[in-house]
Design a protein around this ligand. Structure first.
Ligand code: ATP
Ligand code: MG
Ligand code: MG
Length: 353
């Protein structure tokens, strides 16, 4: 069978590998760290840095198509890889999602509602941004932030000096605080031929900046649900996207506001593993190898709960729980804040006796 190259060997790479192997493909993981979770299930692993040109070249030549599980792949590595094999999703999606300023500008230019934002490089531009946007606001690093890291809340102008100090000179984006009622995400897929399919939006709850639960169906009206899907489709089409993308949205009385996009399978899409015939991982593999997209219709209500750090200590109870699908990532060292696994609790309608 064809070989799929995956950049990154974390749990997303692992679940992509499992999905690929179910469809008869082999996977080759490229990961700088040793003993990556995906390495346990992949056909082949290359342990090398992203500046190792020989390793990158050999990796590219050993696969048919290249995909990735995280968006912060160095541009130089992408240039080298792309000279040999197609990278899907393509470079434009990476360029846009690697930098919050470029991302927000792209989304706004598409006509989608975003939080008001301003480019911040120093104390002067922060003051100017605050004068324009007003507090409360959030200052976020433009690059490399995840799980709420690299963010500072600004409650009033007095918080500005502390916030700029926290950025330690890194380019940042000031965002007006959105007074949302809840957060949802759309996991959307676009095939090689341009067909788009979206999973049912999920409702996300965060704890300590990390996704805690995703519940489907989300609390959305029929028109909000339609809006969410249309917004996602607009983004995928504009990027000529191939693969699965996670689109995070805030729900407000004034409508849906796009927060950010992730050009990959997404934690808030893990519920699809037990809520749909074709989950986000299979959908992504189908898209990047040029297969037709699969049936992502939701057949069950699901609550996905992440097992973060010592949450996995509940394992003896979880393995006995009914209607609870367990997904563990094969990580051995349990650390606070580390994603160790997740459970999908299938919400079965009351069975009649
Ligand atoms: P992820 O792990 O999802 O990639 P991240 O570190 O990239 O997270 P964001 O998703 O931008 O960060 O923000 C994390 C959370 O902070 C959001 O899910 C939301 O709850 C809150 N948040 C972010 N931006 C805003 C905003 N402009 N207004 C209100 N809340 C916000
Ligand atoms: Mg993010
Ligand atoms: Mg986010």
């Amino acid at each position: 069978g064809a070989v799929i190259g995956i950049l990154g060997g974390g749990q997303l790479g692992r679940m992509l590998s499992v999905a690929a192997s179910r469809l008869g493909f082999l996977t080759h993981i490229y990961e700088p760290g040793t003993n990556p979770p995906a390495g346990q299930v992949a056909h082949r692993v290359t342990t090398a840095a992203y500046d190792d040109e020989d390793a990158l070249r050999a990796f590219a030549q050993s696969v048919d198509v290249i995909t990735y599980e995280f968006e912060n792949i160095p541009t130089s590595a992408l240039d080298l890889l792309e000279a040999h094999r197609p990278i899907r999703p393509g470079r434009e999606a990476l360029r846009v999602s690697q930098d919050r300023l470029i991302e927000k500008t792209f989304l706004r230019d598409l006509g989608l509602a975003t939080a008001p934002f301003a480019d911040v490089t120093d104390a002067v531009s922060l003051d100017a941004g605050l004068a324009e946007i007003g507090a409360p606001a959030i200052l976020k690093t433009r690059r490399f932030g995840y799980d709420g890291k690299g963010q500072v809340r600004i409650k009033s102008d007095a918080d500005a000096p502390g916030a700029i100090a926290d950025m330690a000179g890194a380019p940042a984006l000031l965002e007006g605080f959105v007074d949302f009622s809840h957060e949802v995400s759309v996991i959307a897929a676009r095939g090689l031929g341009g067909d788009v399919a979206c999973f049912d939006p999920g409702e996300n709850v965060h704890r300590d900046g990390i996704l805690h639960t995703t519940t489907v169906p989300a609390r959305l009206s029929a028109s909000q649900r339609m809006d969410a899907v249309l917004m996602a489709a607009k983004i995928l089409n504009a990027l000529n996207y191939v693969g699965v993308m996670g689109v995070e949205l805030f729900v407000t009385p004034q409508g849906l506001i796009v927060n950010e996009v992730a050009p990959r399978v997404h934690n808030s899409g893990h519920w699809t593993q037990n809520g749909c015939s074709v989950d986000q991982f299979e959908q992504h593999i189908r898209a990047i190898v040029g297969w037709p997209l699969g049936d992502g219709q939701r057949h069950s209500d699901v609550v996905m709960e992440n097992l973060i750090g010592h949450d996995v200590d509940q394992l003896p109870d979880l393995v006995r729980e009914r209607d609870c699908a367990l997904h563990l990532y094969g990580k051995t060292d349990t650390k606070p804040g580390r994603k160790m696994g997740h459970v999908n609790r299938i919400q079965r309608p009351e069975t009649k006796t």
